[in-house]
Design a protein around this ligand. Structure first.
Ligand code: SF4
Length: 84
């Protein structure tokens, strides 16, 4: 999945780094670094991070049907989607 963070919007709240630490990381106090090509297994975490960003700075392709509205469902939400 590809993702882009609008660093002009990003305020360094670090919600994304907390929710998807394999994709996002804080570098110093306020600059964010991230992997623009997140692996498939990061889908749910990435969806939560997108939903949690207070300024909607994260845009990701291919998240349709992912956690989204169920962002707070937590772990073990089942495996409704195909592994691919
Ligand atoms: S949650 Fe949003 S504002 Fe906060 S660091 Fe991530 S992209 Fe930036």
């Amino acid at each position: 999945m590809r993702l882009v963070v609008d660093l002009n919007k990003c305020q360094g709240y670090a919600q994304c780094a907390f929710l998807a630490p394999d994709v996002f990381a804080m570098h110093g106090e306020e600059s964010l670094i991230y992997d623009p090509r997140a692996r498939e297994e990061q889908r749910e975490r990435l969806a939560r991070a997108v939903a949690a960003c207070p300024v909607q700075a994260i845009t990701a392709d291919g998240l349709e049907g992912a956690a989204g509205a169920e962002a707070s469902a937590g772990m073990g939400a089942g495996d409704a989607s195909d592994a691919r």
